[in-house]
Design a binder for this molecule. Structure first.
Ligand SMILES: [Zn+2]
Length: 103
């Protein structure tokens, strides 16, 4: 009888997938803590905040993925619910987005 079974590989894969997912959640959580709000994304040009594992926050331009463009979103009010995109100037509110988590 064979010593290796397909089940072992499947378990390893599933475990790996779980680790990746939990890492992703952790990174998202860290980003929220770093920024003090959830990560922003411009609805017009796609400029988006991104959190790195080393606790740094960067802003990614869609034309140059994987690279900090150096721009930062600017809050328009003290509550930080309305923001200006530093790239295209679009004003957008966090409240505008449909809240998918709250059913
Ligand atoms: Zn924009």
């Amino acid at each position: 009888m064979s010593a290796s079974t397909p089940d072992n590989d499947e378990d390893a894969l599933r475990e790996l997938a779980g680790q990746v997912e939990s890492y992703h959640l952790q990174a998202e959580e860290l980003g929220r803590m770093l920024a003090g709000h959830r990560l922003l994304e411009c609805p017009n040009c796609g400029l988006a905040e991104d959190a790195l594992a080393d606790l740094t926050l960067r802003v990614i331009h869609p034309d140059r993925p994987g690279e900090d463009c150096g721009l930062r979103f600017e809050p328009l009010d003290e509550d930080e619910t309305t923001w200006t995109c530093p790239n295209c100037g679009t004003v957008f509110g966090l409240d505008d987005e449909p809240d998918v988590s709250a059913g």
